[in-house]
Ligand binder design. Structure first.
Ligand code: ATP
Ligand code: MG
Length: 415
């Protein structure tokens, strides 16, 4: 076939599905212990949401969005991230009127028109959480601890956690001025995009991927030296809470994250290859998108990168045996009996397969082996007449005689 999947997209193939299910189940299971509930938002939104929500000086909005006009001439964008849609839903459904905090999680595809490379796709997936309503530093620490405990549960305890504080509207303007002062002399050497960011959002220049811009910003002033008392106290408390949980972290004044909405705490979890998780506090976004004044904190975790790291670290992802039992059959009558028995066993939770391929008995056993059936049995005239079957345990060849009419006997052997 000459049609291929679009560049930067990937099929999730059946032989890999267990990995995805495992990481997703782990994430959802742990989210439950934190009292988070699932939110699903549409795959596309009005473009305006991301322009206002993510920020129009960001890479995402300036370069990466899948935006098109639909047949009704509305400007539509495939969601590049999960936070702005979550905030939109929170406001639209007036969840702010309910008792707070609102603790949400999601697992969603995201779409970004990126330079495709290792760990960077055009459709990728994120696990995320968004917590609305709490301004307390303990919530920042809880969100970070949640991310770390998901990773730990998956067997990844060697990833680094870097944190920073981006300040708030009362201290950031002072910092922006200092930054502009510092960058002024090198303005001509900045990339075009950064030139356009200089007035509107100079901090964004610190996050530019351009090498020349990186050189220029290397010795730039850091926001931590400009924090107001409130931000300073908040940051100190977040660190205290993380210390109390024995979550190790490094302070990295260089991280600013790729989205404009962050205030105060931001963080990244990474290894030498990738940033797998990024998040932080965004106390002004709900208001900015038309909701009440309400603080929030959250993160997004890249599922493809997560699975790549698990594989690189050689961490075994449990793959459930595909089948508990393979039932072979000699003759038509036996085939009918095998077919009905399989159905009864499936109904009580035994993963069972039968011969739908017209295979010979010998080929059937080879197939049973290939699909990893833990037990096999063969039905023939004798078995039907005596109502007794032999279950063969494939791991050691041991056989167990059980009554054909007593499903629970079969189940007991297999379990
Ligand atoms: P980067 O600096 O790598 O571009 P980002 O700041 O754009 O990351 P976020 O928007 O914070 O990333 O997204 C959170 C997480 O989603 C990232 O840490 C990463 O694991 C994952 N992610 C982001 N973009 C992609 C992509 N194009 N392909 C795969 N995963 C991605
Ligand atoms: Mg990016």
């Amino acid at each position: 076939m000459d049609i291929q999947a679009p560049k930067g997209t990937k099929d999730m193939l059946p032989q890999d599905a267990y990995k995805w299910q495992y990481v997703e189940n782990t994430f959802k299971e742990i989210a439950k212990y934190y009292g988070m509930r699932e939110l699903r938002t549409p795959m596309f939104e009005h473009t305006e949401l991301f322009k206002r929500g993510v920020g129009d000086t960001t890479d995402i909005v300036q370069k990466e969005m899948y935006t098109f006009n639909d047949k009704g001439d509305r400007s539509i964008t495939l969601k590049p991230e999960g936070t702005a849609p979550a905030v939109r839903a929170f406001i639209e459904s007036r969840l702010f009127n309910e008792v707070q905090p609102t603790k949400l999680y999601y697992a969603t595809p995201c779409f970004r028109y990126e330079n495709v490379q290792k760990g960077r796709f055009r459709q990728f997936h994120q696990f995320g959480t968004e917590i609305f309503g709490s301004k307390e530093p303990s919530m920042d620490a809880e969100v970070i601890a949640f991310a770390m405990s998901v990773l730990k549960k998956l067997g990844l305890s060697s990833l680094s956690l870097n944190i920073n504080n981006l300040g708030c509207p009362s201290c950031r303007p002072k910092y922006n001025e200092a930054l502009k002062q510092y960058l002024k002399d090198n303005y001509e050497n900045l990339c075009d995009l950064c030139k356009s960011r200089f007035e509107k959002n100079p901090m964004r220049i610190l996050d530019c991927k351009n090498h020349k811009c990186n050189e220029i910003t290397k010795n730039a002033p850091i926001i931590l030296d400009f924090m107001c008392d409130e931000c300073d106290t908040h940051f100190t408390k977040v660190k205290e809470y993380l210390d109390a949980l024995n979550v190790p972290y490094k302070i990295d004044p260089g991280i600013v994250r790729g989205l404009d909405y962050y205030t105060k705490t931001i963080f990244e979890i990474l290894n030498d290859d990738f940033t797998v998780c990024g998040g932080g506090r965004y106390d002004k976004l709900i208001e900015q998108l038309g909701g009440p004044e309400m603080p929030a904190v959250g993160f997004g975790m890249g599922v493809e990168r997560l699975i790549m790291i698990l594989e690189k670290e050689g961490i075994e992802i449990p793959n459930e045996l595909l089948f508990d039992l393979y039932i072979g059959a000699r003759g038509d009558e036996a085939k009918l009996a095998a077919f009905t028995l399989a159905n009864k066993l499936r109904a009580v939770g035994i993963k069972t397969e039968v011969n739908h391929m017209g295979r010979s008995i010998k080929a059937e056993m080879k197939y049973a082996n290939k699909i990893g059936a833990a037990f096999t049995t063969i039905l023939g005239d004798d078995e039907l007449q005596n109502k007794v079957i032999k279950l063969k345990r494939m791991s050691d060849g041991e056989q167990f005689e059980v009554s054909l009419d007593h499903i629970e006997e079969i189940v007991n052997v297999i379990r």
